[in-house]
Design a protein around this ligand. Structure first.
Ligand SMILES: *Cc1c(COP(=O)(O)O)cnc(C)c1O
Length: 456
């Protein structure tokens, strides 16, 4: 604590307003409301400067999967920092924590993935992939395979390339995105469709929008397809069962590399190690970040299939790409300790067959609320669709901001969940107890009531 001044919540808020531009923030709006200062956390709870205890139904930003207050992770970082706080992996150097983590990652990822490229974040991982994919096709003597296909409403990060891969219109509007060579096809969001076909039919149609785009561009121009197994920031969008098998078929048929963005779904969120395991896909790239360290230190990376890695190694010469913090020793030490927690405490099995099903049962009951059109959850990743009419599933008008109204009630009542339009999403830590799951569902129901009352 030594380095930090003691200040009141109000003082922090004032300083924050004067000097700190936050990510994804409307600064004027924030300055009118003042920011919430989070000072400490333990287990699944965060505490603000006023001492209020809040259940963290978002695991920070989908990352604190092992929960807060983990001395094993703190000690791993401190021990590593005393031994070797930093060294790079440029210039033919390496250090034990990054090598050991690479070995462990190879064990927990699918058998055809045996090599990793380390980065500092999910965005950097996806930037790395854009360069690696194009490098791969150059080396395969197919340099015209240049275009990467993504999906509308995808989230792949916020750097120039990652935001281009993403399909968020609001992001593309700022800064002249997407960069050339990136195009977007449909998302498998049945609830948002006109619902004129069944979910299974809809899943096939969404997958075939990829096939149509490949045919339109010419398969010999298409390098890769990138997608989140379940879209996170877009609103926890679960594709119908038909979607992923059809996408895999299309990628195989046209020789298009598949990128499974595992930044949220990796390291157990769905009750399997990776989303690719859950959906049975076999990607060439798996970018990861967030849950690899449970967010205790920043770390990202890309798992790479043998066929791509061996091409880069055998034919590539120098790959002109890398980051100062690629394979940062303290971050890697924390990741090793975090993976050990997942294994020793069987937390992924817990998501699959204990707390996952338990919270899902409570969550699905929320579908009985008059404001809820759908309640869905896989593993510990869920969403509620707020609707104006439960029978027609018609939504409220966007300008009413009903999702935001509900989100504000939630936070005021001691539960952090996020609003994506009128979709309320949750992704609690894997260590959530049954009592805490009950608390989460009870607060959610209460705040749906409060939202309904506020609308009258
Ligand atoms: C958060 C996220 C990213 C970006 O990760 P950062 O560490 O914020 O750069 C990329 N892809 C997905 C699916 C994400 O959820």
């Amino acid at each position: 604590m030594a380095a930090l001044e003691k200040r009141s919540g109000l003082e922090w808020q004032e300083l924050d307003k004067e000097h700190y531009l936050h990510p994804f923030t409307d600064y004027k709006e924030l300055h009118e409301k003042k920011s919430r200062i989070i000072t400490r956390a333990d287990g699944v709870y965060i505490y603000d400067a006023d001492g209020r205890k809040i259940l963290d139904g978002m695991s920070g930003l989908w990352c604190v999967n092992a929960g807060y207050g983990r001395d094993e992770l703190v000690d791993a970082a401190a021990d590593q920092m005393r031994e070797l706080p930093y060294y790079n992996s440029f210039f033919q150097c390496a250090h034990p924590p990054s090598i050991e983590l690479a070995r462990i990652l190879q064990e927990v990822t699918p058998p055809h993935m045996n090599r990793v490229f380390f980065t500092g974040s999910g965005s950097e991982s996806n930037d790395t992939i854009v360069r690696m994919v194009r490098r791969y096709w150059d080396l395969m003597d197919q340099p015209e395979r240049h275009t990467i296909i993504s999906r509308v409403n995808a989230y792949h990060g916020s750097t120039v390339a990652a935001a281009s891969l993403g399909g968020m219109k609001s992001m593309h509007k700022q800064g002249g995105l997407p960069i050339p060579g990136i195009v977007h096809v449909d998302q498998p969001y049945w609830f948002d469709s006109d619902k004129s076909v069944s979910p299974d039919e809809f899943g096939l149609l969404a997958a075939r929008s990829l096939e149509d785009k490949i045919n339109e561009l010419g398969a010999n121009k298409v390098a890769a397809f990138i997608a989140e197994p379940i879209q996170g920031a877009g609103g926890v969008i679960m594709p119908p069962d038909t979607y992923w098998p059809e996408v895999q078929r299309i990628c195989d048929e046209y020789g298009v590399l598949l990128i499974s963005d595992e930044v949220i779904t990796g390291f157990g969120r769905l009750g399997e190690w990776f989303g690719a395991d859950y959906f049975g896909t076999h990607p060439d790239f798996m970018p990861f970040a967030k849950g690899v360290t449970s967010g205790y230190l920043p770390l990202g990376g890309v798992m790479i299939s043998d066929r791509v890695a061996e091409t880069l190694i055998d034919k590539g010469g120098e790959f002109h790409h890398g980051y100062t913090y690629s394979g940062h020793p303290a971050s890697c030490a924390v990741a090793i300790a975090n993976i050990k927690i997942l294994q020793d405490e069987k937390l992924i099995e817990r998501v699959k067959s204990d707390i996952g099903p338990y919270l899902q049962a409570g969550w699905k009951k929320l579908a009985e609320h008059p404001l809820v059109g759908e309640a869905r959850m896989v593993g510990l990743m869920g969403a509620l669709e707020i609707v104006a009419d439960k029978n027609s599933l018609e939504r409220f008008e966007e300008k009413q901001g009903v999702g935001t109204i509900c989100r504000d009630f939630l936070v005021d009542n001691g539960l952090v969940m996020r609003a994506v339009g009128d979709t309320i999403v949750t992704a609690p830590p894997f260590v959530l107890s049954h009592e805490e799951a009950d608390e989460l569902v009870a607060i959610a129901w209460k705040c749906l009531d409060l939202t309904q009352a506020a609308l009258q």
